[in-house]
Design a protein. Structure first.
Lengths: 122, 409
């Protein structure tokens, strides 16, 4: 089955990305995690994301576009990246999720990816 | 005519017995590969219905379980026939069940995996015990709902949601790896104990639970994990508690506190079995929460022989329990023991350390505090606290008991 790991990071973690003292540690942790998943051959796709500072949120209300700077919700943790992995079951997905650096400081939400839809009329 | 009727009875009985004895095993076999508990339940129900229809006419098969698995398997294939997405899974199911059926009646026992799935941390904690009762023991949702004091529709929904979650999130149908077994087993034991009834912590409203079924579940688990001391512990704990079921009310239905119970009314066989289990568990040299709780009950049971309660032993065991499994209920029981040992100040200190909600709203905590205040000669304070305890006591017999003890109208 395919699962998406949604990697939620705290503001402090986002800050570590560019902090001259912390940056090597920060990226080293992620590289080790991603390297382990790659070595196990479970990655289907995945990306890191720029922080919520660069988020823009759009809603269309009554046909009118409302654009707002910032993320959709102001929460303590924000999405910092995602991976879609192919593993046999949720338990395996949770094992990988627990190894993500942000599992310690933030959280990882794990969700099954919807299976491909059958073509209409079949 | 008479032959047919007799055969029909025999068929009905065989199906009923198979249903009782192997429902959980059959369901676990069917669910293990599909990971779909609801679908397996449907297929199995169909198979039972078909058995009741066919067996009276054709005779009871030599291997009823094998027949049922085959029938359920055919049912599953029908459900899946048009579902291309799952075609591969179906082939897999059929191959595996066929392999199993070939070795019948020695099916592999998948009930352990099923129990670990039911008590998976990804399943709502409130659904775990009901799910286990329904899938492993085949209890119907209405009875489970009554035991957990929720409307049948609510329980039905909770079970459907949990089963959908098992299927859609793809939980693993397997016994967890050795290093996580203790942690995951704790969830399984917790769920079994929850089925037993709200029990010691909530007082005698526990009668609403499903003590026999929970004990049955623990026996099944013990058969599957004979080496685990905590499984023996939870079974011993429940047997000790259940042994006192006849002593908990007097002839007029009034509540009788443990220290006032007549040991002659305790079920000796259950106590003997519980003690044996505790001794066997101790050989593993891995003490744990349930063994500790069972040991506490064992100390109480010894009053039946020695005529006195070993307060020092209880004090030590409650101290240990606070380390293994710190709970409000445990702390309150510990406070009650300190008070009985004459350490009223120590008892009050434990009660004062509870979270505010428990201190002011938990019936057992209020009762122990009221007793402590009475010991200190504070009749007014004791009555005020006891009155608050009455407000949060749902059981009329217990309310009457408290009213008598504290002289409240």
């Amino acid at each position: 089955m395919q699962y998406m790991l949604m990697l939620n990071e705290t503001e402090a973690e986002f800050a570590r990305r560019t902090d001259p003292v912390e940056t090597a540690d920060y990226w080293g942790g992620w590289n080790a995690f991603i390297g382990a998943m790659a070595a196990a051959g479970v990655i289907v796709k995945g990306d890191g994301l720029q922080g919520p500072m660069l988020a823009t949120t759009v809603r269309v209300v009554d046909g009118k576009r409302h654009v707002q700077d910032g993320p959709f919700a102001d929460t303590k943790e924000q999405l910092g990246g995602y991976f879609v992995i192919e593993v046999p079951d949720l338990d395996s997905a949770l094992d990988w999720a627990a190894r993500a650096p942000c599992a310690v400081t933030g959280s990882v939400e794990v969700r099954p990816v919807l299976p491909p839809m059958a073509p209409p009329g079949v | 005519m008479r032959v047919a009727a007799a055969l029909s009875d025999a068929a009905g009985e065989a199906a009923a017995r198979a249903a009782r004895l192997s429902y959980g095993r059959l369901l676990a076999i069917l669910a293990a590969r599909t990971r779909d508990v609801s679908l397996a339940e449907e297929a199995l129900a169909e198979a039972f219905a078909r058995a009741l229809e066919v067996w009276p006419r054709q005779g009871v098969p030599d291997n009823p379980e094998g027949w049922l698995v085959t029938a359920a398997r055919n049912g599953l294939a029908n459900v899946y026939r048009h579902d291309r997405v799952r075609a591969v899974a179906v082939a897999d199911v059929i191959r595996v069940t066929e392999e199993r059926a070939a070795q019948a009646p020695a099916f592999g026992d998948e009930r352990l995996a099923l129990m670990f799935v039911c008590a998976h941390p990804a399943i709502d904690a409130g659904a775990r015990a009901p799910l286990m009762l329904q899938t492993v023991l085949g209890l119907d949702a209405a009875r489970i709902a009554a035991a957990f004091l929720v409307p049948a529709a609510t329980m039905g929904q909770r079970l459907v949601r949990a089963k959908a979650r098992i299927r859609e999130t793809g939980l693993r149908f397997a016994v967890p790896e050795a290093e996580v077994v203790p942690e995951r087993l704790a969830d399984v034991l917790e769920a079994i104990y929850a089925a037993f009834g709200t029990g010691w912590e909530a007082g005698p409203a526990a009668d609403a639970g499903l003590p026999e079924e929970a004990i049955h579940l623990a026996r099944v688990l013990l058969g599957l994990m004979p080496e685990e001391p905590e499984v023996k512990g939870v079974l011993a704990l429940m047997l000790h508690a259940h042994a006192r079921r006849r002593a908990r009310r007097d002839g007029a239905g009034r509540f009788v506190a443990l220290s006032d119970q007549d040991p002659a009314l305790w079920d000796r066989d259950m106590i003997v079995e519980a003690e044996g289990l505790l001794v066997a568990a101790a050989r593993a040299g891995r003490f744990g929460r349930f063994q500790c709780e069972a040991a506490i009950q064992s100390v109480h049971a010894q009053r039946g022989i020695t005529g006195r309660v070993n307060i020092a032993a209880l004090e030590a065991l409650y101290g240990m329990l606070a380390r293994f499994h710190p709970t409000v209920g445990g702390a309150v029981a510990h406070a009650a023991i300190r008070r009985e040992a004459g350490d009223v100040a120590g008892a009050l200190a434990l009660l004062d350390g509870l979270p505010v909600a428990a201190r002011e709203g938990y019936q057992a905590a209020l009762v122990v505090r009221a007793h402590c205040l009475l010991d200190l000669g504070d009749r007014v304070g004791a009555a005020a606290v006891a009155r608050r305890a009455l407000e949060v006591t749902p059981d009329a017999a217990v309310r009457a008991h408290l009213g008598r003890v504290f002289g409240l109208a």
